[in-house]
Design a protein around this ligand. Structure first.
Ligand SMILES: *Cc1c(COP(=O)(O)O)cnc(C)c1O
Length: 399
């Protein structure tokens, strides 16, 4: 942040517009950060590096985005990667054979896959536990535990982990140097800032709400600790895992409307969730903004607002579940979240595809679960779309 700005730029809604965007970093005082595609930078003195040298090690467009992201989490350092999964991989690069991880039980399927690969190939031990019950976390930590991986709200059933309490449990262990990571993809720093609760690394898939326009794959890590930053930066630069300048430009642009988008996503989600709760063909609705959600009070205390991810259990057969998704017209059948357009999908065929039935049972994920992710459209049109899909599905298949 330039000096001119730093004293007025305290609130999230201002930082998301101005952080990292200072015009005096650019030759022509550009108000919009430039896309700098140049891979290499001219050396005036051939023997020294003055500023940027080679784009893998540093790029002005990437720096503008990294600075903006760091400030949104009130963090010191931000690093961006070519996908959320690449950001996750960077965290795992910190581990060595013999280390032990405690991971939340219900999580993004791809993260679980990376963990299982590391367990098999590198010789890392993992315990998947239901961290929403803190005694499970307490009991799982061992002398060789080096990493705790949390994702809250969980996917797809939106269970909330009490982050402050989880940090306290982890820090109470003797000689504990445990790195605590939170995947904050679903909430974004607009709704939840884990570094402020004592977490070490905040991880994002920028692909989702952060960019919000469904046109970039990206990931980010935000940290305060300089040593941790140094090690993650080593991975980003030496292993060639940085986000491209074009994609940095798009994410930086997408972020400008993050506050407005998250407000509207939350409003639309609440309206859709309330409608679904009263519907006779719905057994259960999972969203942390509903009073019926078991972690409603915790979510209210820990987060401001929430994501638009809603999971419902349909009162019907697996075939009717598929029909219902097919019959929706505005909700697009897509495997992602956080776009301006509304999406719908069936977890067992998307985020949790290929998991053994035993694991699905343990996670409580059913073949009649549907995930709805309202976008930014009009709430009337979204509810009318749901109404017509219910009518068509149950008329067709009950006949
Ligand atoms: C999508 C997603 C990821 C992985 O991000 P990619 O950008 O697809 O690699 C990780 N965590 C969560 C919660 C996600 O939704």
């Amino acid at each position: 942040m330039s000096e001119k700005m730093s004293y007025v730029c305290e609130d999230f809604d201002t930082k998301v517009i101005h952080a990292g965007q200072q015009f005096d970093q650019w030759k022509h005082r550009e108000v919009v950060p430039s896309i700098v595609p140049s891979v290499t930078f001219f050396r005036i003195d051939p023997t020294t590096i003055d500023g940027y040298s080679y784009s893998r090690f540093g790029n002005p467009t990437r720096d503008a985005l990294q600075q903006c992201l760091a400030e949104l989490d009130n963090g010191k350092h931000g690093l961006v990667f070519p996908s959320g999964s690449a950001a996750t991989h960077a965290v795992f690069s910190l581990l060595k054979s013999g280390d032990h991880i405690v991971s939340c039980f219900e999580q993004f399927g791809g993260t679980r896959q990376i963990m299982l690969d590391y367990a098999e190939k590198v010789g890392i031990e993992i315990d998947f536990v239901d961290v929403t019950e803190l005694r499970h976390l307490q009991n799982a930590i061992k002398p060789n535990t080096t990493l705790i991986w949390l994702e809250t709200p969980s996917n797809p059933l939106s269970k909330i982990t009490d982050l402050q309490a989880a940090v306290k449990v982890a820090r109470s262990h003797m000689d504990s140097n445990i790195i605590i990571v939170v995947d904050n993809t679903l909430l974004t720093p607009y709704c939840q800032r884990p570094l402020e609760m004592g977490v070490d690394i905040v991880m994002y898939s920028l692909t989702k709400y952060m960019n919000g326009h469904n046109d970039v794959l990206g990931g980010a890590l935000i940290v305060n600790d300089d040593e941790l930053h140094k090690n993650l930066l080593h991975f980003q630069t030496f292993y060639g895992s940085a986000l491209s300048p074009f994609d940095c430009f798009l994410v930086n642009r997408g972020l400008k409307t993050l506050s407005l988008r998250m407000e509207r996503h939350f409003q639309n989600a609440l309206a859709v969730a309330h409608y679904l709760e009263t519907h006779s063909k719905v057994v259960k609705v999972y969203h942390p903004g509903l009073r019926s959600h078991p972690h409603y009070e915790l979510a209210k205390r820990q987060c401001s607002g929430n994501s638009s991810m809603i999971t419902i259990e349909l009162k019907g057969t697996p075939e009717q579940t598929i029909e219902f998704v097919k019959n929706l017209k505005i909700f697009l059948s897509c495997g992602s979240v956080g776009s301006y357009a509304s999406f719908v999908n069936i977890p067992i065929y998307v985020s949790h595809y290929g998991l053994p039935q035993e694991t699905l049972n343990e996670l409580g994920i059913l073949d009649t679960h549907i995930r709805l992710i309202p976008g930014l459209e009009s709430i009337n049109d979204l509810i009318n779309d749901l109404k017509q899909a219910f009518e068509t599905t149950f008329r067709q298949t009950n006949a």
